[in-house]
Ligand binder design. Structure first.
Ligand code: ZN
Ligand code: ZN
Length: 218
C-alpha cells in the first residue's frame, strides 16, 4: 500500500508544483526513514512508474519531468518541464486544462509553440520524430524522451539525422501525436493506477493510427 501511496504523492506534487519531491520530503510526509523511501523509489523505478538517478532524485514520472528535455508546458498557474513531445501533449489531458507547449527545432533552433487542450488537436505543419522504437524505450528512458522532439519539417529532420548520424525512427503529424498522447497516461493521478499490459498498448497504438514494427505492430 505504501508504494502506491508514494507513487500517487509524487504524481500529485508534480501536478501541483511542477517538480518532484526529494527523498527527505517524502520521508517526512509519510513519517518513514530515508532508507525506506529509497527502497520504495527503487520499487517504483523497477515497475517503470518513475525514473531516478543514482542520487535517488526523481527525474521523470511520465508524463512529468523534473529535468529539461526540450519542452516547457505553461498552465494557468503552474509551469512544467514537458518531458518529450508525447509527454508535453499529454499534460493537458491528464490535468484537464489548456496549456501552451513550447519547444525549439533540434535542427535549426526555430521556436515553436501551440495552445494544446484536451478537446481538439493543435494546428501546425510541424512533425514529431521518435528515434527509439517501443521495445527499446525503457533501456534509457531519459535518452528516449530526449529524442522525441518536434521539427519544423522533413527537411529539418533529414538535416538533423545526417548531422547526428542517426537513422530515421518514426515520423507523425501533430494530430497523430495529440491522439497518441490524449489517453495514454489516463488514471495516473489515481491511487489504483495499473500500467497497460502489452496487448492493450498495441491495441491503443493501432487505434490512434500508428503502424509498423517501430510500435511493435505489423
Ligand atoms: Zn527547423
Ligand atoms: Zn517521454
Amino acid at each position: 500500500m505504501l508504494t502506491k501511496e508514494i507513487r500517487l504523492y509524487v504524481y500529485k506534487q508534480f501536478s501541483h508544483l511542477g517538480t518532484a519531491p526529494s527523498v527527505s520530503q517524502i520521508a517526512s510526509y509519510f513519517d518513514i526513514s530515508e532508507d525506506q523511501v529509497r527502497d520504495e523509489l527503487l520499487k517504483l523505478a523497477e515497475a517503470r512508474h518513475i525514473a531516478i538517478n543514482d542520487e535517488f532524485e526523481i527525474l521523470m514520472a511520465h508524463p512529468f519531468s523534473s529535468i529539461p528535455l526540450g519542452f516547457s508546458v505553461m498552465g494557468a498557474k503552474t509551469l512544467w518541464w514537458g518531458g518529450c513531445s508525447w509527454d508535453s501533449f499529454a499534460l493537458p489531458n491528464l490535468l484537464i486544462q489548456e496549456v501552451v507547449v513550447a519547444t525549439t527545432c533540434p535542427n535549426c533552433n526555430s521556436a515553436h509553440a501551440w495552445r494544446v487542450n484536451p478537446d481538439t488537436p493543435p494546428q501546425g505543419e510541424q512533425i514529431a520524430h521518435f528515434l527509439i522504437p517501443t521495445k527499446e524505450m525503457w533501456v534509457d528512458v531519459v535518452h528516449t524522451c530526449g529524442n522525441q522532439r518536434i521539427f519544423c519539417n522533413e527537411s529539418c529532420l533529414e538535416t538533423w539525422l545526417h548531422r547526428t548520424n542517426n537513422q530515421e525512427g518514426y515520423v507523425m503529424g501533430l494530430s497523430t501525436l495529440w491522439a497518441l498522447a490524449s489517453h495514454w497516461y489516463e488514471g495516473r493521478l489515481e491511487l489504483e493506477y495499473q500500467r497497460r499490459d502489452p496487448s492493450t498498448s498495441l491495441q491503443y497504438f493501432r487505434e490512434v493510427g500508428l503502424s509498423g514494427s517501430f510500435w511493435g505492430l505489423d
